[in-house]
Design a protein. Sequence first.
Length: 397
Amino acid sequence: MRSTPSALDLSRNIDIAITDIARYTHLSPADIERLGSELDEIRSDIEQSLGASDATYIRRTILFQRTLDVAARLLIAGTRSKAGWALGTAALGYAKSVENMEIGHNVSHGQWDWMNDPEIHSSTWEWDMVAVSSQWKSGHNYRHHVFSNVLGEDDDLGFGVMRVTPDQPWQRKHLLQPLQNLLLALTFEWGIALHDVDLARTNPSRRAQVKTLVGKIGRQGFKDYLLWPALSLKRWRRTLGANAVANLARNLWAYVVIFCGHFPDGTQKFTPDVLQSETRAEWYLRQMLGAANFKAGKLLGFSSGNLCYQIEHHLFPDLPSNRLAEIADRVRPLCEKYGLPYLTGSLAHQYGSTLGIIHRLALPDNFFGRDADVSQIRPRRRQLKAGSRRRSALRAA
């Protein structure tokens, strides 16, 4: 059963956590199981069709990324003009983004483990940033993807530093979260690295994890800020500056993509009650309600690691990213069939919505007073109710 929202929650267009997904969506247990079966069929179809073209895709992506990285570094160190430096730095930033989003993130999810290629396997890949892949997999692949958007279980809800749902009690420190949001965007790789270690705070091996992280930071810093500049000889300053700017650009882009997939207006949060006896089909439904997409063509999709399809990624996190557009073509009609929302919009809209949530929830719950207008019920709820009416009509027919 869904808790009754206050006038303030509705007027500010921010949902409170769902306690009973079936009642919230007006789906019967039979409806949910049928939905789960249809999603299982999509998974099976994709898994059975994986083959040479998919393997070629990821190998070409890695070759492209590495070639662009080398070309960018040669341009940065080999030209004297500011334009050449700017072009080389932009290319290096893009190469780092592709390595981080389309390669590192997706390889670490095990999306290419079916190839049995030790170079492109989740157990061996180490990505080009300060976070440790093995620590990230523990926090992200398990805690986040299994317990997506469940309060007290998913540590990625606000990454432990921001309030992203009114169910999280307001504290004075939240007044600073617009500034914390900006700081996290600029230092996103560091935020991820420290967050992943903090996920193991009750683990007796935490000291070993910290040691591993410090080692990775040392190697990454040596490569970016000592080795590459040293190889540039007299032009080491150009390379040092380019590496810093490229890392910053990568951080900002990864932050935007991740936040647009998880925190826009309409993404739902859940209480731990939903985990009681949760079936696979109910898990699917939670993923569909808790994630958001943004509209993208092939280039923007590739640049975002195909996380413009965050809904599909959350449904099938271990299926190759190059197939998510194809999966989306089948998931969206399912949402229409079952009267479920399919949250999507332009990248600018989704990010603006996310910023709105972050800034509104930085303020105390009573900041706007308790006599707020309750007329602004979100379109997402109207869509759910319309879906319920469509299903009732179909059953009656």
